[in-house]
Ligand binder design. Sequence first.
Ligand SMILES: [Mn+2]
Length: 195
Amino acid sequence: MNRTAAVERNTKETRIKAELNLDGTGIAEINTGIGFFDHMLDGFARHGLFDLKITADGDLQVDDHHTIEDTGIVLGTAIRQALGDKKGICRYGDRILPMDEVLALCALDLGGRPYFSYEAEFAPGKMGDMSTEMVREFFYAVSYSAAMNLHLKILTPGNNHHMAEAMFKAFSKALDQAVTFDPRIKDVLSTKGSI
Ligand SMILES: [Mn+2]
């Protein structure tokens, strides 16, 4: 089964294209015009072993908000499309990920009911050209567009760069686990029969 998706979304604020292969090897080609955000998406692809291409052309003359939020919508949509009927996958994934002084937790469920819980306090300021508040907005958009229950939490805080990066990597490792096939699971992993 081919677990890939190509998604394009165009509005007056942003034009975004994404190609995702859930069974890739971590090849990333990211260009959003926001260097720090590219660095985060690159880490997501490489550490989750997903192949991911994203090009975003957004209204950065306004600020980074629309570009990052809409990239989250497009990535979440690509995840949902690539998953298909979700037969045979582990469905749940979690990871506590250390990055130097920081510990980040991610737990997620691909059961089809979107929910978002986020606990992280950033110090004032930006990370390169990305606003700290956009980390939350990005993951919120991903979780709803992918119909995913996503919990993200900083267990031990530290500098902004490490906290953001640890959350992106914890998310990618948890997602990698959740999309993995378990040969013992013959159908969808649910007492309802569908997710
Ligand atoms: Mn870094």
